[in-house]
Design a protein. Structure first.
Length: 333
């Protein structure tokens, strides 16, 4: 049995998703010293899900037992919402059906006898980018992660903005077309259902089916099946110079410009940070988004706001969890 004691030093960041638990030891500079991944038991009941989390932490501690620089003082956890960041209770996340009103922070603290914080994954990633990453030095940060969905976080003067009930920052569910397609959240025309990875794939499938000759490159990558075209395939075809793939991503950039115009007019951030699996694919279109942004803003200085690629990629959740206990975050309390 692993001795579950944690000494002063760095912080463990834990990223919980529907299929995996990623955990890492993060030092005060935001460097991930070591990390690992374990399967998440999302459908096997509350205790099985909790055991998956402690198994990942235990394995990380076992590997760090002989290395003084890896000794840690706290555990920060990123989890899908809805959740209550004040109490550390996971409420009812759709992709973690094992947990309903589950007191995750209290249960983890009971096992390891250290401070534990839990927050929404996009919120925590936004904080990591503010403290250590692409938004370092900025005071008003808007962060978006674009992948299978769109999650966002807002950081004001080094602190996550949670709002009155803790549910602020759901920017992916801002509607830009009230007659648009139905989002899984129940609203029509959310930016998530229009510009996330699955939306890019659906647009590509429709274009390929309607224009098979122009879509030949995409079809080739999808083994000749239009309905097998994914956003990743669109990215590969674009990188190879395919014109149709470029048009699909250009349309995505235009949709994001409309959305970010609303964000700028509402929030007036001094930096926009975009991360997630789709972000790297859209990076060549950032200049186009910046060019279009003023046409979708009343803010006359919208073009001055930097639009940058996030520093942390697939490890954003680990860094985000650790950021909840960063020196700057502690100073801002």
């Amino acid at each position: 049995m692993i001795q579950r004691s944690i000494q002063q030093g760095a912080v463990i960041g834990v990223d919980i998703g529907g299929t995996k638990v990623a955990a890492g030891i993060v030092d005060a500079s935001g460097k991930i010293l070591r990390q690992l991944r374990k399967p998440m038991a999302a459908h096997d009941g509350a205790e099985a899900g909790f055991k998956a989390v402690t198994s990942a932490i235990d394995s990380l501690l076992a590997g760090a037992a002989t290395n003084p620089q890896d000794r840690v003082k706290a555990i920060g956890i990123c989890a899908p919402g809805p959740l209550d960041p004040k109490s550390g209770v996971v409420l009812n996340p759709p992709n973690l059906p094992c947990w309903r009103n589950f007191p995750l922070a209290a249960r983890v603290a009971e096992v390891y006898s250290v401070p534990v914080k839990v927050d929404n994954d996009a919120n925590a990633a936004a904080l990591a980018e503010t403290i250590w990453g692409a938004a370092r030095g900025y005071g008003y940060v808007f962060y978006a992660t674009i992948g299978t969905g769109i999650g966002t976080g807002i950081v004001l003067d080094g602190r996550i903005y949670h709002g009155h009930t803790g549910a602020a920052g759901e920017g992916g569910h801002v509607t830009i077309d009230y007659r648009g397609p139905l989002c899984p959240c129940g609203k029509l025309g959310c930016i998530e259902v229009l510009a996330a990875g699955p939306a890019i794939a659906l647009r590509a499938q429709a274009r390929v089916a309607g224009e098979p000759r122009r879509g030949s490159a995409l079809l080739s990558l999808a083994a000749g099946k239009a309905d097998a075209v994914t956003s990743e395939i669109v990215g590969k075809a674009y990188a190879a110079g395919d014109a149709l793939a470029r048009e699909i991503l250009q349309e995505t950039a235009e949709l994001l410009s409309v959305w970010l115009g609303n964000i700028v007019d509402l929030f007036d951030p001094d930096v926009l940070v975009i991360g997630g699996g789709v972000a790297a694919m859209l990076n060549p279109f950032f200049a186009e988004i910046k060019r279009l942004l003023p046409t979708w803003c009343v803010n006359p200085r919208a073009s001055e706001i930097p639009l940058v690629l996030a520093h942390y990629g697939a490890d954003a959740g680990i860094a985000g969890g650790a950021a909840l206990f960063s020196e700057l975050a502690s100073e801002q309390k």
